[in-house]
Design a protein around this ligand. Structure first.
Ligand code: DQQ
Length: 581
């Protein structure tokens, strides 16, 4: 027992000086609220209200953030670096800010780790990735901007100054930087975001995102024997006519259905290549084979090359995965931008959050990935409220009461009684779930569905964000088509908000009539996971009435068929340590 207590206490003892540091940083928080008070009169009070600042999603106390960078685990700590503007709530002056965590949920802010201070990153330290070298030392590959006014991009390396510091507070950049520069004929302003390197047959390899001509997005492949001298391979690992590939990510996955992750250098018969498409601002991936001898990646479904599968069908971009050696899992981190206006962001003093870290693995079908919030999130769950075996009739809704729902985690299993009433599927929408959802939003009556949740809803339903399913007859080979949507069109009465309808199809077998939905509700974000993580949608919303204890949660059914809630459990979510804010 004594030993056990010691083990539990020891890591937190380490936290004390850091917590004091955070308190010293509390002036940031004051500064933020002062800014809010002085907001231009055109900015509604609700927008700058602390009740719309997320409670358990990753963000610093103030200012702009975008891409997650170089996530890694080292000597007992998870490290997250991220693109950050120390001077304001809009993109610019980019450095790598740095936070550490024991559990991926409670975060402590440290000083920025990588800042412009050598000729090859003097005008910006852009995105990059961590590689754990064989001796256990992390190495950081990242993009530097090396000249003013033009975003000319090169790739740099940084190492920890003191490898015995578990917090990796200081980073040094060797004199041989940059390690990769654009060559004649390459587009020097579209050449960035190195991946985690992997080792095979005597060589390290890394990818760098690029653009050839006007349309060909590509993943340049570089090789190195010593992690110092990098030589570009003649052809890219892969390319497609999609526009610029930002933040490529390439990793092995276990055979279908196994939840464990693989270290990036471990061999496997299946790999995933993800690219962030600058043109659409979505993260697309394919599952495929890595042919090491030919140094090529071949997607299993060439027809779906970067326009079919997305990690998330909502506001989620520039993501990155890493291998967690503690729980042997692969974890996905992604950035969600605001969808209010720049004036709003300046008034709030902050912009950008990260999605809750998600474990990812290959679906039993082998055709796509599954994603689920890391289990550590469940430590924030408070008292549960549950509902079982409730039928929601056509046109009815059911309020879930007994808890605050503006910061909540909701898991629900639905059962549809039969598909006789399902609407016929129009094949014109076969490739465009978003368009289909735009036409058939939550308030458009259907057959089987729309059914799902109204979250962050006002009591008079003037405001509500709808997360729902809609089932159609007559899909490919007679299979029902399941559409999952997030409809924020009624989410707020505040003007000047961007309220895109997001949607994806769910490749699920409805023969049992069952389908599940999980929604992470956090003040101005809703992260939804359909059918156990087959289809995910993150949406930013800014209610003006349904904030704080004025936010309600309902199950709704706007179809013609009964829907049964076999089981719904909702938990209030506690606030973790969040970078001192
Ligand atoms: N963000 C970084 C770039 C990357 C882009 C700059 C993606 O390195 O391509 O902040 O959001």
């Amino acid at each position: 027992m004594g030993t056990h207590r010691l083990l539990v206490l020891a890591p937190w003892a380490l936290l004390l000086p850091l917590l004091l540091l955070q308190l010293a940083g509390a002036s940031h928080v004051v500064h933020r609220s002062l800014e809010a008070e002085q907001a231009p009169s055109s900015v509604p009070a609700s927008i700058v209200s602390p009740l719309l600042r997320t409670g358990y999603h990753f963000q610093p106390p103030m200012n702009w953030i975008n891409d997650p960078n170089g996530p890694l685990y080292y000597k007992g700590w998870y490290h997250l670096f991220y693109q950050y503007n120390p001077k304001g709530a809009v993109w610019g002056n980019i450095v790598w800010a740095h936070s550490v965590s024991r559990d991926l949920i409670n975060w402590i802010a440290l000083e920025p780790a990588i800042k412009p201070d050598i000729p090859s990153d003097e005008h910006g330290c852009w995105s990059g990735s961590a590689t754990i070298l064989p001796d256990g030392t992390p190495a950081m590959l990242y993009t530097g901007i090396d000249r003013p006014d033009i975003n000319y991009q090169v790739q740099n390396i940084a190492f920890p100054k003191n490898a015995s510091d578990p917090l990796l507070r200081e980073w040094v950049k060797p004199g041989y930087n940059p390690v990769a520069s654009p060559e004649p004929g390459m587009n020097a302003t579209q050449f960035r975001d190195p991946t985690t390197a992997w080792f095979a047959d005597g060589h390290w390899r890394m990818l760098v995102g690029g653009l050839r001509g006007a349309r060909r997005g590509l993943a340049y492949l570089y090789r190195s024997r010593d992690f110092k001298t990098w030589v570009r391979a003649k052809h890219p690992l892969h390319s497609a006519l999609t526009g610029m590939w930002e933040c490529p990510d390439f990793f092995p996955v276990h055979a279908a259905g196994l939840q464990a992750g693989l270290d990036t250098s471990e061999p496997s018969t299946k790999h995933v290549l993800k690219n962030s498409l600058d043109l659409t601002r979505y993260d697309y991936y394919t599952v495929g084979t890595y042919d090491k001898a030919a140094e090529r990646y071949v997607p299993d479904d060439p027809a779906g090359d970067y326009h079919r599968l997305r990690y998330d069908y909502g506001n989620f971009y520039a993501s990155k995965t890493f291998f967690d050696p503690v729980k042997r899992r692969r974890i996905l981190l992604g950035w969600a931008n605001e969808s209010d206006s720049v004036t709003h962001d300046k008034a709030k003093g902050w912009a950008g959050i990260h999605a809750i870290p998600r474990k990812i693995w290959l679906d039993p079908s082998g055709k796509q990935l599954l994603q689920w919030p890391v289990e550590e999130l469940e430590t924030l769950r408070g008292k549960p409220v549950s509902v079982s075996d409730k039928v929601v009739k056509p046109g009815e809704h059911l309020e879930i009461t007994g808890l605050q729902t503006y910061q909540a985690d909701v898991e629900v299993s639905f059962e549809v009684s039969g598909l006789e009433k399902a609407e016929a599927f129009d094949p014109a929408f076969a490739d465009d779930a978003e368009k289909l959802c735009g036409v058939k939003g939550a308030d458009v009556r259907g057959g089987v569905g729309p059914f799902g949740l109204w979250v962050l809803a006002s009591s008079g339903l003037e405001e509500k964000t709808s997360i729902f399913f809609r089932v159609f007859r007559g899909g490919y080979a007679g299979k029902p088509v399941v559409l999952m949507c997030s409809d924020p069109t009624k989410s707020s009465l505040t003007p000047d908000l961007y309220k895109p309808t997001f949607a994806g199809f769910v490749d699920t077998d409805l023969s049992s009539g069952k389908i599940s939905l999980r929604a992470l509700i956090d003040r101005s974000v809703v992260e939804s996971f359909g059918a156990g993580g087959k289809t995910c949608i993150l949406s930013r919303v800014y209610p003006s009435i349904a904030i704080g204890d004025k936010a309600h949660l309902y199950v709704f059914n706007n179809g013609e068929a009964d829907i049964k809630v076999s089981r719904l459990t909702a938990w209030e979510m506690k606030k973790p340590l969040m970078n001192g804010a």
